[in-house]
Design a protein around this ligand. Sequence first.
Ligand code: CU
Length: 294
Amino acid sequence: MMCSDIPTPVKSMMASSNMRWRHRYWHLVKNANFVNDPANASLVLALADIGWTASLTGQPGSGLDFLFMHRMMIKNIDAMLANANDAAWPKVVGWSQIPSGANDVDWPEPEIENLDDPTQWPAEFSISLAAISNARSEAVVAQNLEYERILRSTEFLQRDDISLDVYGDVLESSVHNWMHMRFADHPPADFNDESIDNDWLGAPFSSHVNSYFWKLHGWIDDCIGLWETANNETADFSNAWRPPEEAPPWNQLNLDVEILGLAETKSRAPLFDPIAPFQSSPESMESVARMLKD
Ligand SMILES: [Cu+2]
């Protein structure tokens, strides 16, 4: 299937404010850097007040949460796709293999001008562009394609230490984060643009509006089935976190005026800087490397 975009009516539903904030909050409340920053304390509390609190990425339970949340997102969009009647997108079908070449005929790495020349990067995009450039480098691509092979091998899936929860965590902090940045296009001028045009794959606020998101998350979701087959067990998500439906924009949260003012002067959406949200910490990269060593 030739890299066709998801049908427009479905894309507009994905671009809705509620969908955007929900996906943003989901990733935010699992991010230790965000949650543990004292500057965000008031916001963290306001979110917890309306049910947005969960185990942090890397903590027990977070791998199941990750797999379950994105499985629910797929279920949700599949219902929309069924109604949209687009032959190219009857439902989400994940990549059976992650595209290996930069110029894959169906799913190429989107072309970004001057990506190989950091001196040309506008300052406001430099962190994002550095993350994309790194994710596309030969060594990082090779490393992650090797991870792909290991993560789907029966020997790995049958290891005693690879519960579905641990598996979800490893998937998230390795190939998942990498795919988000590798296939991201140039960052948008306004990361908080809620129009359908903002489908930047590098931030949870916009990534699910992008068709690549559904190819890569389909790939992740298929991993659950591989784990089930290898272990002759059915995935049990009964303890996974059910995030709230309610996801008001951050400036409508119950924050005191002072905090709100402070946040606004820092930048327009200070607390959600999409710098490189899909980037694993060095510690979690090391732990992945240790776990995926043959
Ligand atoms: Cu997500």
